[in-house]
Design a protein around this ligand. Structure first.
Ligand code: SAH
Length: 462
């Protein structure tokens, strides 16, 4: 280890920056974030620093630095482009044991500045020991995207309860055990979902339960949208919840690749429905989820696409709500967005379509109970879910309600997956075109003039 990573408290301490350019400005802003009193010495100031000085946020002494400027400082940063100036500042600081950083000159530094992921009070610092700041920044952006900003609020919440923990648990081990249990429970997800007040109430209850010696685990149901198929389209939250579930309850539309991302040890329950062959009735699924949650399990209810678009997610959480089982809903890319993007068919377009409607094309007793007049509007895109069997009825009804028979139609099979296939035609030709192709569900039907763009904008299948 070439450097000792430490976090320095410089709140209200006097710090000096020598140099007044944009590099100095970036350092000044970090020092200010950490609460330091900053003085700058430089013959000139860049506009940003000038503004800070005019606001009274920093002190400024115009001119070349002198030893008077250096003395009495808790920390010094040299950000000039004159090597000999930097060298003498570094020499003075080392002689007087003041931490010194010389920008872009690791050999003159007694400390180096890391790349920072700031989730105050949580801080993560990344350093490559000065060997490659670009590598440090690349790592930083990876970490930024992996660590949700809500970790900061989680840190604050735990800080709020620190004294309470000391009162309730006399030993360090007991405290550690308690916090470990809390952090592997639902509270993390509550904070991630922005439900801080719920998390606070939960934490209070946990403290009370701990005081009464009745620790217990509460279950929770995560109603998670898994998107249209491509695992890359999962949300961070979906992935996180999939990886901490005890049980996953999933549908036919959830692909194997996505299922492989669920925590390895989680129990897997298939409740998939095939057309007119209901594997598990919806009512039973609702009760299954409630029962698992009450058993204290973390249940990931994984559904294709978005749970609230033709997903019956509303019915599932209704039961959970009635039975007092905590839950949360994670939205996802719905099949219409996935199919449209990957088929190069924008659902709206200035020239062709000013509105878009999602409709179910599910056939019931050979017909479809839809507001055909409302659907058959000019300059509107209609997306039919579950419409493969009913395609003929859809095309016939739209024509009967005034849509031109040559309105373009696309049928997208297994959108966003390697098996994606797009068949295009018109309201008139589409039923035959599909009959003669070897199309497999799931498929989505897009009707409207935007479909013309497919030929030009198709980027995915080549
Ligand atoms: N909640 C889902 C929809 C469930 S209804 C969502 O938001 O996407 C099931 C219908 O969704 C299927 O019949 C089909 O029309 C459509 N669908 C789901 N995934 C699809 C995919 N990858 N490609 C094409 N259509 C899909």
């Amino acid at each position: 280890m070439d450097f000792l990573p430490i976090f320095l408290n410089i709140r209200e301490r006097a710090c000096l920056v020598v140099g007044g350019g944009s590099v100095a400005e970036r350092k000044v802003s970090l020092l200010l974030d950490a609460g330091a009193r900053v003085t700058i010495v430089s013959p000139e100031l860049c506009p940003g620093l000038r503004e800070l000085h005019e606001q009274g946020t920093i002190d400024y002494r115009k001119g070349q630095y002198s030893e008077d400027d250096l003395s009495g400082k808790a920390l010094i940063i040299a950000a000039t482009d004159d090597r000999s100036v930097n060298e003498s500042i570094s020499a003075w600081a080392n002689q007087h044991n003041v931490p010194v950083n010389v920008v872009d000159n690791p050999d003159l530094c007694s400390f180096i500045m890391p790349s920072i992921i700031d989730r105050s009070p949580v801080q993560i610092a990344v350093s490559t020991g000065g060997s490659s700041p670009v590598l440090a920044r690349t790592l930083r952006s990876k970490l930024e995207s992996m660590i949700p900003s809500a970790y900061g609020r989680l840190g604050e919440l735990m800080e709020e309860f620190r004294d309470r923990a000391k009162q309730v648990f006399s030993s360090v081990d007991e405290r550690r055990y308690f916090w470990e249990r809390i952090l592997s429970g639902p509270i993390v997800e509550m904070v991630m979902a922005g439900q801080d007040e719920r998390a606070r109430v939960y934490l209070k209850q946990e403290f009370e339960a701990a005081q009464n010696q009745q620790l217990h685990d509460t279950g929770e149901v995560y109603l998670v949208g898994a998107g249209p198929g491509d695992p890359d389209l999962l949300t961070f939250r979906a992935l996180r919840l999939m990886q901490q579930a005890d049980v996953v309850v999933y549908d036919r539309l959830v692909s194997k690749q996505i299922l492989d991302l669920v925590r390895r040890d989680a129990e897997r329950i298939y409740v998939g429905k095939e057309r007119s062959k209901h594997a598990v009735p919806q009512e039973d699924i609702n009760h299954l989820l409630a029962r698992l949650g009450k058993e204290g399990k973390k249940v990931c209810r994984l559904k294709g696409g978005d749970p609230f678009i033709f997903g019956r997610g509303g019915e599932e959480i209704d039961t959970l709500m009635q039975q007092g089982v905590p839950f949360q809903v994670v939205p996802a890319v719905t099949a219409a967005s996935g199919a449209a993007s990957y088929a190069g068919i924008p659902l709206t377009h200035r020239d062709y379509s000013q509105s878009v409607v999602f409709a179910t094309g599910h056939l019931k007793d050979g017909s479809m109970n839809l507001n055909w007049e409302g659907l058959a509007q000019p300059n509107q895109t209609i997306v039919f879910y579950m419409g493969l069997q009913g395609l003929e009825v859809i095309c016939r009804e739209l024509i009967a309600h005034g849509m031109p028979a040559d309105t373009p139609v696309a049928l997208v099979q297994k959108a966003t997956t390697p098996e994606q296939k797009v068949v295009t035609g018109t309201l008139e030709t589409m039923p035959d075109a599909v009959k003669n192709s070897n199309i497999k569900p799931p498929t989505l039907i897009i009707v409207g003039n935007v479909v013309q763009l497919h030929e030009r904008l198709n980027w995915f299948e080549h």
